[in-house]
Ligand binder design. Structure first.
Ligand code: PLP
Length: 452
């Protein structure tokens, strides 16, 4: 303890930045770019704020890659983890069990759509995708349909970056470099509302009509290929990494009907959109559907510890229940069901109830929308959209490196924004207050003014 404190006292921004560039390989980065756009050393966090070593602060408007729900260093989550630390930090989950993982599984079953009775655990989102793909294909083999081994996803989908997850991810930047390593899967048209033709002029297709047209394309694909297909994996309501592409819930309803009709599993990847992000606990609720697999991660621990869950339909679980080991689901991770992470998740679920979070988020979202009119009407802003606690819009800018400039300029204005190409988005922690919402919206207006 004494040693760590003395380390943090000696450190300043520049020192940490230089040491990091010498020793750490940062994710999702061209390391050389850090020569021009330096890393931002962070010393501590508090609520929506991150603080560096030089006394500057940044409003975490992207919830630290979409994971944080109730702010940094939340006292209630801290207390739960600290309590668990004094009891049991970890035990393997094969052959053993513990109270936090049982409670979490029971509570998630109570919250999730109907029929998702069993929870399988891993440590990150990509692993949850891998698990669902393996379970789905294994299920079909177990019931005598071994030919069903293919998967489909939406155009521009993102389901993680391990090799299996990458095969159902359709973001060129992430996939092209590793194309030779993955088993290519097919995509079907995305119901992305932005594609609804000429909608700006009010003469185009409605979001609903666009969703129905794309559902017809899905049906055509399923009709031809269902015999080979194990599952259709989808990000419900919002395709995050695609640039917060939002779509009408009727697409999910049609997808559910079609997957039932053609005997294909529906995997709902709620890694980004679950845990209240779209306004309901799970995005699938807004289409009133229950998927065969529900993937949860990111916000589940409030952004504290790596944990992911694959919730599985009872019928699928039963197909694995047999005398032979080989019929079981043969998959494991060292930290499966880690008790500290489960306690963080339980504390997170408690906060949803204690603070009536979904209701209070509706009020916050309405306030943001109300004060955002000038930003929304800005001449450089296109496709303003909002679902729950996610906002996004495109910016028409003469700068080819708009995303990097916007990130840098935002930091100067106490904001942590991380555009995806020309798409600026807000995905703030749910503890954001009105003064901070004002700072976010007004600061962004100011930034867009300078970059357009
Ligand atoms: C982040 C994300 C993943 C991958 O999760 P990791 O923990 O980063 O592996 C998968 N699907 C969606 C929709 C995501 O947003």
């Amino acid at each position: 303890m004494i040693q760590t404190m003395s380390i943090s006292c000696r450190t300043d921004n520049r020192d940490l930045l230089e040491r990091s560039l010498r020793a750490v390989w940062h994710p999702c980065s061209q390391m050389k770019h850090y020569e021009n756009f330096p890393l931002v050393p962070m010393a501590r966090g508090n609520g929506v704020w991150l603080h560096d070593y030089d006394g500057r602060r940044y409003l975490d408007a992207v919830s630290s890659w979409w994971v944080n729900l109730f702010g940094h260093c939340n006292p209630r989550i801290n207390a739960a983890i600290t309590d668990q630390l004094g009891r049991l930090e970890h035990v393997m989950l094969a052959g053993f069990t513990h109270e936090p993982v049982v409670q979490l599984s029971e509570r998630l079953r109570g919250l999730a759509p109907e029929g998702l009775g069993h929870c399988f655990y891993a440590s990150d989102g990509a692993s949850a995708t891998e698990i669902a793909l393996k379970m789905s294909a294994h299920y079909w083999r177990a019931i005598g349909k071994p030919g069903k081994t293919q998967f489909i996803s939406l155009e521009n989908s993102y389901h993680g970056e391990t090799l299996g997850a990458l095969s159902v991810t359709d973001i060129a930047l992430f996939r092209d470099a590793y194309g030779m390593l993955i088993r290519q899967q097919s995509t079907v048209p995305s119901p992305d509302w932005r594609k609804a033709a000429a909608q700006e002029k009010g003469e185009g297709e409605s979001a609903e009509a666009c969703a129905l047209r794309c559902a017809d394309a899905l049906e055509q694909y399923l009709r031809l290929h269902h015999a080979d297909l194990a599952a259709f994996i989808i990000e419900p309501l919002v395709q995050g990494a695609a640039g917060m592409a939002m779509y009408h819930p009727v697409y999910l309803q049609r997808a559910r009907q079609l997957c039932d009709a053609y005997g294909v599993h529906l995997i709902a990847d709620e890694i980004a959109v679950g845990m209240g992000r779209t306004g309901t606990m799970f995005a699938c609720e807004q289409a009133d559907i229950s998927p065969d697999f529900l993937l949860i991660s990111k916000g589940i621990t409030g952004g504290y510890l790596p944990l992911s869950v694959v919730m599985t339909h009872d019928e699928i679980y039963r197909a694995f229940y047999a005398d032979e080991t080989s019929r079981g689901f043969l998959h494991s991770h060292s930290y499966t069901g880690n008790p500290l992470a489960c306690r963080a998740a339980l504390a997170t679920l408690d906060i949803f109830i204690q603070d009536d979070v979904l209701a209070s988020n509706r009020i916050k979202a309405a306030y943001l929308n109300q004060i955002a009119t000038p930003l929304r009407d800005h001449h450089a802003v296109r496709n303003w959209r909002n679902t729950g606690m996610i906002w996004a819009f495109e910016v028409v800018s003469p700068h080819r490196d708009f995303a990097q400039r916007c990130f840098a300029l935002a930091l100067q204005n106490e904001l942590l924004l991380r555009p995806i190409g020309s798409t600026v988005y807000f995905m703030p922690p749910y503890v954001i207050g009105n003064p901070e919402i004002e700072l976010l919206v007004n600061g962004t207006f100011h930034i867009i003014n300078q970059l357009s």
